[in-house]
Design a protein around this ligand. Structure first.
Ligand SMILES: *Cc1c(COP(=O)(O)O)cnc(C)c1O
Length: 364
């Protein structure tokens, strides 16, 4: 493939040789778990967002699980979640002893629809896992209002939306707790699995920090049973180095998206929306096409890698058959999964790359 979905190797070039020195020094000192790098990363990540607290953990899935547990909801609560997202957003709801209630997505976008939220609220609805898919902020104003009036807690799943903005504020700062993934391919990615949750709530922070560390703030003094979900020291070093670059990289992604928006002119292609109140960080640039499978094959033949994130609405997967999902409840998600295609998106793409990719798309 001439154009990969993203080119991490090229992106990482600019981090060396500084990073190499720091990693080597940590390896030499055999400090692999805990230590000042973790605390510094938590502090820097909080400060950049204006969060009071960040708890680093093992991955973005754990972060959502810990966040749900921190809310101390009555068991078997219903938790709303969009039907188009990665399975982490819903599987941890079940694991925490609750019921995922899948909502359809916007007719004209990829995020959870307001209509479907309203339709699915019952007296048992206690929380929502609100995903900002592809880095595009969800409709936060309306959703926050609805949730406030129904006493529904908001977990913002920002795994794909680090430093995206809504009304000029970072996503993640609108709900009760925000979760992030630092999976290598995410906009801010480690060299392995990593994640965190951030909040302004002292209660959520105190619980999460303890729960993620076997329920003990001080070694051998376990106040509760917890889990083992830590950020490794080496990953913290990588993330601190990348955090210094994230604004530059995000701005490059935004420029690439704007170029695609100008250069893809085929009437067969529907491009993602740019909305004034939202700054997407374009984790993916996702187009739609009625002949998606044929387009994907055509692009692959022309050396352009693409991916389908995601090929099925979550409720229609085998693992949720027991919920007896009805297709008519997920019409927009089904349509999207048949039409969507993620095309190359990476801060390393330049204008000529985008032009060549767009030209191939236009000749389909
Ligand atoms: C990647 C991702 C996660 C999970 O993150 P991991 O670090 O892979 O566990 C959760 N939610 C969404 C929307 C994601 O894209």
């Amino acid at each position: 493939m001439k154009y990969k979905i993203q080119n991490l190797a090229k992106l990482h070039e600019e981090l060396f040789p500084e990073l190499e020195v720091e990693l080597r020094s940590a390896i030499n000192s055999c400090s692999f778990i805990g230590g000042s790098e973790i605390e510094l990363f938590e502090k820097e990540f909080s400060e950049k967002h204006h969060f009071k607290y960040t708890v680093a953990c093992g991955n973005g899935t754990d972060a959502i699980y810990i966040a749900i547990r921190s809310l101390d909801l009555p068991s078997n609560s219903e938790i709303l979640v969009p039907s188009l997202t990665w399975i982490s957003s819903s599987e941890v709801i079940t694991q925490a002893g609750h019921k995922p209630v899948f909502c359809d997505i916007q007719s004209d976008g990829f995020n959870i629809s307001i209509e479907s939220i309203k339709k699915n609220i019952t007296p048992k609805t206690k929380a929502i896992v609100l995903v900002h898919l592809y880095g595009i902020p969800a409709d936060l104003n309306e959703i926050v209002d609805i949730c406030k009036s129904h006493d529904i807690k908001i977990i913002e799943d920002c795994a794909q939306a680090h430093f995206a903005k809504y009304d000029n504020e970072y996503v993640g700062t609108f709900g009760d707790v925000a979760t992030f993934s630092f999976y290598p391919g995410k906009n801010l990615g480690a060299f392995g699995d990593a994640g965190c949750l951030s909040t302004n709530s002292t209660e959520i922070f105190n619980f999460s920090r303890m729960f993620a560390r076997h329920g003990a703030l001080i070694k051998h003094q376990h106040q509760i049973e917890g889990i083992n979900s830590r950020l490794d020291t080496l990953q913290a070093i990588v993330l601190r180095a990348k955090l210094k670059k994230i604004d530059i990289w995000t701005n490059k992604r935004i420029s690439v998206a704007k170029l695609y928006d100008e250069m893809i002119t085929s009437p067969k292609i529907k491009k993602p929306n740019f909305e004034n109140s939202k700054v997407s960080t374009w984790h993916q640039y996702t187009i739609r096409c009625k002949e998606r499978d044929r387009l994907q094959k055509y692009l692959h033949e022309h050396g352009i890698e693409t991916s389908i994130n995601y090929p099925s609405p979550l409720p229609l997967l085998e693992c949720y058959a027991h919920l007896n999902p009805k297709k008519e409840d997920y019409q927009h998600a089904i349509k999207a999964t048949n039409e969507l295609l993620c095309i190359p998106m990476c801060p390393t793409l330049n204008e000529s790359d985008v032009s060549q990719i767009s030209n191939v798309i236009n000749t389909f």
